[in-house]
Design a protein around this ligand. Structure first.
Ligand SMILES: [Zn+2]
Length: 94
């Protein structure tokens, strides 16, 4: 399993930066992380044909290490999503 060497939450730019091995850097916007939230609640919205929407100015407020990934809490109060490293890596770049 790939695990980033370091993660950095840039609140000003509203982006999460993951530093992977060999100097590879991945940057993901907070809004996209929120809209891609993998929790059961957001999955149900997607299955119903909707999209979990990120409020304007939404930020990532807390990162809880979960071993195989991180639990992310957002400024809209949503904090159910657990984002595995491999899943984050597959999200690609903003
Ligand atoms: Zn969610």
């Amino acid at each position: 399993m790939n695990t980033p060497d370091e993660i950095h939450n840039d609140v000003t730019a509203r982006a999460l930066t993951l530093h992977w091995a060999a100097g590879r850097t991945q940057r993901i916007a907070h809004s996209r992380l929120r809209e891609a939230c993998p929790c059961a609640f957001c999955k149900r919205i997607r299955l119903a044909g909707g999209v979990p929407t990120a409020a304007p100015g939404l930020t990532l407020t807390r990162i809880e290490p979960m071993g195989y990934g991180v639990q992310l809490a957002f400024s809209d109060g949503h904090e159910r999503g657990i984002y595995p490293w491999s899943w984050l890596e597959a999200l690609g770049q903003d």
